[in-house]
Design a protein around this ligand. Sequence first.
Ligand code: IVH
Length: 784
Amino acid sequence: MPDFPSAKPAADLTEAEAAEELIWLADTMAAHDIAYYQDDAPKVSDAEYDALKRRNAEIEAVFPDLVRENSPSLKVGAAASAQFSPVEHGVPMLSLDNAFSDEEAVEFEARVRRFLRLDDTVIAYTAEPKIDGLSASIRYEKGRLVRGATRGDGKVGEDVTANLRTLADIPERLSGSGWPEVIEIRGEVYLEHEGFKALNAAAEAAGQKTYANPRNAAAGSLRQIDPKISAQRPLRFFAYAWGLVSSPFAQTQWEALEALKAWGFQTNPQSRRVEGTDGLLGAYREMEGLRPRLGFDIDGVVYKVDRLDWQQRLGFVSRSPRWAIARKFPAEQARTILNAIDLQVGRTGAVTPVARLAPVTVGGVVVENATLHNADEIARKDVRIGDTVIVQRAGDVIPQVVAPVLEARPEGAEPYVFPDHCPCPLKTPLARETTASGAETVVRRCTGELACPFQRIEHLKHFVSRRAFDIEGLGEKQLQAFFDKGWVKEPADIFRLARDEAKLGELRETEGYGETSVANLKAGIDAKRPIPLDRFIYGLGIRHIGETTSLALARHFETVEAFLTAANMAAAQRAGGAHDVFSQLDGVGPTALDAILAWAKAPHAVLLPDDASFDARLKASVPKLNKTAREALERRFGDWAAFEAAAQAASAQAPGEDFAELAAVDGVGPVAASMIAGFFGEDHNRAMVDHLLAELQVQPAERPKTDTAVAGKTIVFTGALEKMTRDEAKAQAEALGAKVSGSVSKKTHLVVAGPGAGSKLKTATDLGIEVISEDDWLTLVGQG
Ligand code: IVH
């Protein structure tokens, strides 16, 4: 065992002795790290190294104030993001929309043209190789590198300044002139094929883990805690964009690329400046041809509108710019054997069949699992266990099984029979999902909801995931472990755990945890007690309530109380099973349904002979029903008393005004509203939310923009828009703080009407609401 400077138990050390020993430990361990990672020549056994680590942790536990920033305990086993400090980007780092075909590229060009209202003007674009690495943002002040960060979640990245500084492609000082005083330069960190091979060969020789592809290797290398290790990896950097700038420095993307080059960056020599759709499609073909000879991975071509003033006008839709798109290369394929089909149960109970494959390399990545989508797909493709199958992988998409190779089918391979039970220990029956109108969909769902342990854990994983509560230090593995121990059964348990000293104590004693990681975990959880309303809603994991809908709900209701009141009221009023009996009956449409419900609410006596037929009674009672509807009802109920009772039950359950109000929230709609109502209609869900609220302070939503001409106004677009699509108009209005509604009411402030506007325009005129043309609108928002 190592020769410790002192044999005293940690608790008996004086503070000065402890400080001295901690320095000794840090130095000793750093030396061993270098010997191990860089020289491939470890000087101590793993057990000895662990003894050093333990001693360090013991001393730090007694003297927490002596834990220094570079303490070895912070390097070991800590969550990745805890290793680097957060850096807020001056301007968010966005992603790109994808186009997978020529048609989609042409549609992109048409969209840009429409948005800019350019008829015949030729639009120039840059076509740049889409490098498959990881993006980074490097801030220069007065021409000097001050900070470098990874993309992170787009808003906040990780500070990897020291590592980026080691790249020869990243200058410490900008050359030339004309650079803004402050500029965030953006581009891609990547590895060339040669560098990747050498790196993996070295790792293999040292008995270390190898990387699956150059991109993972680049990411792993950049995020090394020790910049000396990054320095030894042949990382490269291409600059292609910028974030915050203190002053404009170019008028076109092309000029900007030239400037980046002049300041000392590598820019991709394959980038082109092209014009119109022919130019876009031609550049793609050219890049496809160049791809095998580039010496590094690219996964497509990025098209960007060249003129920066046009980029500015085009702006963004949620997380991607309207002025750029990534034209992706098609998927890569390979053949392998299908060994088994397993069922995976998702958060909402949807069951996905997963192919277990003999490992095969597809596009440089070893694939062992692939999705088979759903039962219908398996049947349609007639994929059988034992088959040789074609597997495909495209970019970040989950690999998929394309088809079996029939010539290679082994004798006796049987058609696959989709199980009718959930694979969980409860073996709950699987149901084929139906839509609101009763049509069957391809999805099979486990009906166990949160009773199903598989759904429960997926639900918890969703809760802590990056876009939901994003709890640092609580990854899927830890969560699974807490779930298996029975510590965390519902989201609130996570927060209870953080204040449960007994459990935390037990955790400190657990292999793989220590004083510091438990402290980090607790801090990570506590940090999320104040939580923005949209994340809170999204975290609940209600079906169909994604990030965008959550944000729409948060913006609309502003406080958690208002949201919960609306959700609970809608739940109390949502349509129930008795209502479904009618709404899902073939032959009974919405008008017939309304007529039946109206009658059931206020039945009027009709004079008929006692022996009158079902049809005659129905005709007299609900005269609006047509023959099809009457026949359908007679088939379903036969007996008048049964019909009457069912209709009354349904009318009691018909969705009410509060439900309609929730459905009318911009960005919500009836499907999402019924999911919310369904969720809050279940006692166990309400209890789950209550428990959670006891642990949290949910923060009100941020108010939308208030300083524009249309801020806070409710706007309705109706009729044909000629210069933009509906979506574009809506995005533009919302970006300026307006609400866009689908229907005109007293609450509407402004109606933008194009040719062909009908009833909405009439309602607006009747209500005396201001009506303007599309051109007026564009002038109003400063784009006229
Ligand atoms: S521009 C707002 N240009 O692709 C647009 N991105 O899917 C910012 N990428 O996160 C990106 N090559 O990591 C741009 N020539 C290029 C690129 C490129 C690769 C990556 C980048 C980005 C991702 C978007």
